[in-house]
Design a protein around this ligand. Sequence first.
Ligand code: C2E
Ligand code: CA
Ligand code: CA
Length: 598
Amino acid sequence: MTKFKDASSWEKQRLAALKATGALEFSGESILDTIAETAGLALKAPIALIVLIDEHQAWLKAHVGVTATHIAREGAICDYTIRGSDVLVIDDVSMDSRFKDHPMALGKPHMRFYAGAPLRTKDGLNIGTVCVIDTKPRHDFTESDRLLLHKFAALAMARIESLRSIGFIDRVTGLLNHHRFLEDVESLLANRTPDAPPAFLGAIDVVSQNRYNEIAKAVGVQHAQQLVLKAKERLQEIDPSGVVLYHIDHARFATICPRLSLANKERLIRRILELFSNPIDCNGIPINLEPSIGIIDLTAADNAPQLFRALMATLDQARENGTLSAVYDPATDQSQQRSFALLSALHTALETADQLDLHYQPRVDTKSGKVLSVEALLRWTHPTLGLISPTEFISLAEKTALIGKITVWVLHKALKQVVEWRAAGHKFKVAINISAHDIERGGFVSFLKDLFETYQVPLESVELEFTENKLIQDVATVRSELLRLRKLGLDIAIDDFGTGYCNNAYLKSIPATAVKIDQSFVRELESHNKDQIIVRSMIDLAHSLGLTVVAEGVETAESFNLLKNWGVDQIQGYFIARPMDARRLSAWLEHNAQLSHS
Ligand code: C2E
Ligand code: CA
Ligand code: CA
């Protein structure tokens, strides 16, 4: 123990060494069982154990003759064994004041004899023991028995260490795996001094996960793995003395660059991209790999799992943005984490009754001021983050299947409201925002039809709004579905009109009934000449095609009057009313009716 400053530093290092073996994690390891069994037989003892000792417990990782999996460390004889380097032998436990009252002596298995040898790491740290126990006292334990027990301990230790390396090696590539990557990062962090040179971690996807799956499907998993092996060989062409390569997922590698400056980092990225500029032969088929690289500075987080997560996020970001490589950026990471948190919270919100609500914004006839419809706008009050803008969460949801659930939720809620309003004698329509993804998925039209039947409301009582951008992207698939909706009697508005580089031919092909001129052209209409020109030409274009023209985002009397003079049919915006919940809308409607009658 001379190496260690004091007992507590010895214990700390001992526990770290135990953790590093990873041995606490495994159980039922057959070779350790065999070693315990053989030790029992060779030393003629009915009980033989391989024990690992952590802070508070002694874990019986292999046991012959007892069934317990662990006992308290305190008072256990093995805890004494690990404090020395020799075999500890207690001929008669009942005569030893330290142990005679131990539960294993007083009760089952009635231990009377004990001999244990420490499990010792290369650094001289004892992580546990191999011990044999008898139920009768013994005075016959010879020198060669002690030696034998020592050998069994050495054997068990060798096995524990080999298990560790097996657990750290990827079977396909023979490279160290992501468990080892995490450990190595952790120890790099632990051993860093304040003046240490810069260090960073890199990760590379040789192809995207999707593409890897496609390749595996097309040529078989084994050939896909061959491809990964060849990619590994290419990566190893990089100066082998500089970096260690880890294989962390199907087509994903990582590396730790402990002493590389930023300039070298750039060079490394270029070199990797160069390496993959030629296709790799996979079973006679040349396959072009599309590498993506993510890089993170070691100082970006203070523990390995966090660094790893951030590195993976950076890599995904490089892939998503198509930039080939990306360096970790905390701001991007934070916004990604927020997105992720919002998406999972949204999932919950859809299942609970009180977080989501619809607000309604009136849309009026420009000439008469009559409310022709109200637009349903989703409101989400997150339990801790408060009100979240639909601009933020709808665009996130549109990247996932959640958008479908949202649409269904909104439709139910809106149709219930339609039923109420109809019963109260209101005739205006409700405009509902629908994502183009909804109709792409198929089955949407018949779903809608059924829903209207369930609520017993006429299809004419609803108008659907689709944003122009999305319609353009998916025009072929979407068009026929829109036609079916039109045939059912539903009105269709092209939302955010003017933002999607539309043209005459495209507009003609979409079976819409109205366009909603995007608010970006409307909001500062009175002071922007260019907007005025654009808006007027949009009005003319839409009218020439027989479409109703709606202007949204009308905030002032000036713009209202301009739009009215130019022949805009309907107006929506703060100038008329802000979106409000159903109760406040009723009050507003009443007030407005009074105004228009007075
Ligand atoms: P949108 O469909 O273009 O809705 C109009 C947005 O403009 C609403 O924002 C509305 O509150 C706001 N607005 C209306 N008049 C004015 C005005 O005079 N001035 C200004 N500055 N803003 C005005 P909101 O409610 O935040 O919704 C944002 C977007 O989120 C919507 O844009 C729509 O694309 C989406 N969204 C909202 N609810 C739903 C929904 O139920 N389903 C789907 N798929 N998308 C929705
Ligand atoms: Ca809309
Ligand atoms: Ca809009």
